[in-house]
Design a protein around this ligand. Structure first.
Ligand code: GTP
Ligand code: MG
Length: 205
């Protein structure tokens, strides 16, 4: 038994928090460095190629994109941070509107922070996670592109990253490995989403 993701559809794009949909659908957001595989992950979860726009060129997703699943909950594709070709101001940081969304969206039920499993711990990811922890925002770490490295090499990077996380957070973060190419991590992520939906307190409207 797994959660169904039939009826996936693009809803809208927002350039700021105020423009986000005025609904109370539970949302699950995907954030991480540019090119880490956020949009690919949304397509993998929805089993619909081309739902979210994917590109080998970093900086493809520039707005907050909302996808509705079965009319009942939403996957949210966020712009990546660390997009090198962005304006100098943006480089290495992420849009204030993304920070606003992560901190102030009442119906955001889960945030998945994607990290490239091929790399040793990167300062940009750790800085972002330090910000998340500082804001008291919960998250689940997803190490992406696990198909690209042999199991051991990826495990080594994951271990090193979790080691670096100890300097940021006292709690051991929840994490999993994924491959959008192979569908790896899909049952785990959908399982986490299903649990969050089951626990959700009833909200009016
Ligand atoms: P931005 O929107 O630019 O922030 O990037 P993004 O995080 O949405 O990344 P996107 O999904 O567009 O993927 C970036 C590149 O990585 C594309 O060329 C994808 O095909 C590739 N990619 C994403 N996930 C995987 C994966 O699991 N395995 C492999 N081999 N390639 C992947
Ligand atoms: Mg994208």
């Amino acid at each position: 038994m797994g959660m169904k993701t039939t009826g996936a559809a693009f809803h809208s794009s927002a350039p700021d928090l105020a423009s986000c949909p005025g609904w109370s659908l539970p949302e699950f957001a995907f954030i991480g460095r540019s090119n880490v595989g956020k949009s690919s992950m949304i397509n993998m979860l929805a089993r619909e190629e081309g739902l979210a726009k994917v590109s080998s060129v970093p900086g493809k997703t520039r707005l907050i994109n909302f996808f509705v699943i079965g009319g009942t909950w939403s996957l949210v594709d966020l712009p990546g941070y660390g997009y090198a070709k962005a304006g100098r101001k943006e480089r290495g940081s992420f849009g204030a509107f993304v920070a606003d969304y992560l901190r102030h969206r009442p119906n955001l039920l889960g945030t998945f922070v994607l990290v490239d499993s091929r790399l040793s711990p990167q300062k940009l990811d750790l800085e972002f996670l330090r910000w998340m922890v500082g804001c008291g925002l919960p998250f689940i770490l997803v190490f992406t592109k696990a198909d690209k490295l042999a199991g051991e090499a990826a495990q080594k990077n994951v271990g090193a990253f979790l080691g670096s996380m100890r300097e940021i957070s006292e709690d051991r973060p929840e994490f999993l490995l994924s491959s959008s190419k192979l569908g790896r991590g899909r049952p785990e992520i959908l399982g986490l989403i299903a649990s969050a939906l089951a626990e959700k307190p009833e909200t009016p409207g």
